[in-house]
Ligand binder design. Structure first.
Ligand SMILES: [Zn+2]
Ligand SMILES: [Zn+2]
Ligand SMILES: [Zn+2]
Ligand SMILES: [Zn+2]
Ligand SMILES: [Zn+2]
Ligand SMILES: [Zn+2]
Length: 423
């Protein structure tokens, strides 16, 4: 017989670990769902800023459709579902032309297609540049993936295009110190970010020295290295000689570090573009732009690394007309919308979760207060019996040992016997 503890039989879990695990799973689910109770299809709400999206591999194996939480539960119950975490500006496809004869039980009257939806291989249950499923059946230990805030694809640490996963800004506990990640392919469209001051880049432990001397974006330059060995050497030299933060160092601008790329955009002390390439010659600094350059004529960077952005970096983005036009042209205008960020989404989700937990408590009290005296007494004595039984179980149990399903069944067996004796 399949029981709730069957999965855990092989694992050893103490009571505390089990409770922590359940609570963590509940919290994680609530953070993804963002307060969506999964009762109504979200189609009627239009392209939402962000919501949890699922793909049904049973109905749409080609990965060309996504459905909302409610549809995943009501319309695709028992189907093979891929959880896609959250996606921005996505309209539920459930029952539209992608689903053939299948119709949505919750909101049948949808357009044949949602033209603004975007799909990628995640909808087929595949992730990263390596095109693997998650969890990956061929891998013993699943590594967590990082989501790009632009394309919303997920990537393995070792497939980010870094020299080492140590370059990912993290604290001692391994918690991320960055708010957003931009993958290697999307960082090309966001190369203008290199015109911004140091403060927008997330710094890990190993970057402390550079972060403290954040007078220019030169340390970012090391993330666009082409010739690693020689650059590594010169960086060491600079560090040793205290030259590291000097924006005028030849090694940092158009020198050995950037030489082969040629097109790299580097910013100097004066927050103006210093570029070895002629393509910014026509730049006309605008008085209102934070960057003081015409971003439209700044050349794209040919070969760059993924970006790790610091906390609140989106607030630093210039909102001048030219920059806004540029964001829109590159289809990344959402970066200016605070509510687009995962951080903001999770903040709202946490609030809604707290309201829900309070409401749940209130509902229980209300339910209880409506009962008659005899029913109240029965419930209270039932709870007291359970508490006694559970307490004696816990007191006599070695908490370093795992609880098995037999132990739990024994608690209920004891309670049943007690009731029988009372009757
Ligand atoms: Zn739906
Ligand atoms: Zn389905
Ligand atoms: Zn549906
Ligand atoms: Zn990968
Ligand atoms: Zn990306
Ligand atoms: Zn601007």
């Amino acid at each position: 017989m399949a029981g709730p503890f069957d999965d855990e039989l092989d694992q050893t879990l103490t009571i505390d670990e089990y409770i922590d695990k359940v609570e963590a799973e509940e919290l994680e689910a609530d953070l993804v769902l963002g307060g969506d109770e999964g009762k109504e299809c979200t189609y009627a709400m239009g392209y939402m800023k962000r919501q949890a999206i699922f793909s049904c591999v049973t109905c749409t194996p080609d990965g060309n459709a996504g459905v909302c939480t409610a549809c995943s539960l009501s319309c695709h119950d028992g189907h093979e579902i891929v959880e896609l975490w959250t996606k921005r500006r996505f309209l539920c496809d459930c029952g539209n032309s992608k689903f053939g004869e299948f119709s949505c039980k919750l909101f049948a009257n949808k357009d044949v297609e949602n033209a603004q939806n975007s799909y990628n291989h995640n909808f087929k249950g595949l992730y990263c540049t390596c095109n693997r499923p998650y969890p990956d059946p061929d891998v013993d230990e699943q590594v967590e993936m990082i989501q790009c805030c632009i394309c919303e694809n997920w990537f393995h640490e070792e497939h980010l295009g870094l020299h080492s996963p140590d370059e990912i800004p993290r604290d001692e506990e391994g918690e991320p110190l960055y708010e957003d990640f931009i993958c290697k392919s999307c960082s090309a469209a966001c190369s203008f970010l290199m015109l911004y001051p140091q403060t927008i880049w997330a710094k890990g432990e190993q970057h402390d020295a550079a972060a403290n001397e954040a007078t220019s974006s030169t340390s970012k330059g090391k993330n666009v290295l082409e010739d690693v060995s020689s650059a590594e050497e010169s960086r060491k030299l600079e560090k040793d000689h205290g030259l590291y933060s000097s924006p005028n160092s030849n090694n940092l601008i158009g020198g050995s570090e950037l030489g082969s790329a040629g097109k790299e955009v580097v910013i100097g002390e004066s927050s103006k573009v210093i570029d070895s390439n002629q393509c910014t010659k026509n730049a006309t600094p605008s008085g209102t732009c934070l960057l003081g350059v015409d971003v439209a004529v700044v050349c794209p960077v040919s070969e760059i690394k993924p970006f790790f952005l610091s906390k609140n970096w989106r607030e630093s983005l210039c909102r001048c007309e030219t920059c806004v036009d540029m964001y829109n042209q590159r289809c990344i205008g959402y970066l200016l919308d605070k509510e687009d960020s995962i951080v903001e989404y999770e903040k709202t989700a946490t609030q809604k979760r707290e309201e829900k937990l309070q409401q749940r408590e209130g509902d229980e009290v209300n339910f209880f207060n409506k009962l008659g005296h005899v029913e109240k007494m029965e419930i209270l004595s039932g709870i007291a019996d359970f508490k006694d039984e559970f307490r004696s179980f816990v007191e006599n149990f070695d908490s370093s040992k795992p609880i098995t399903s037999d132990d739990v069944l024994q608690i209920f067996e004891n309670l049943r016997k007690k009731r029988q004796r009372l009757q």
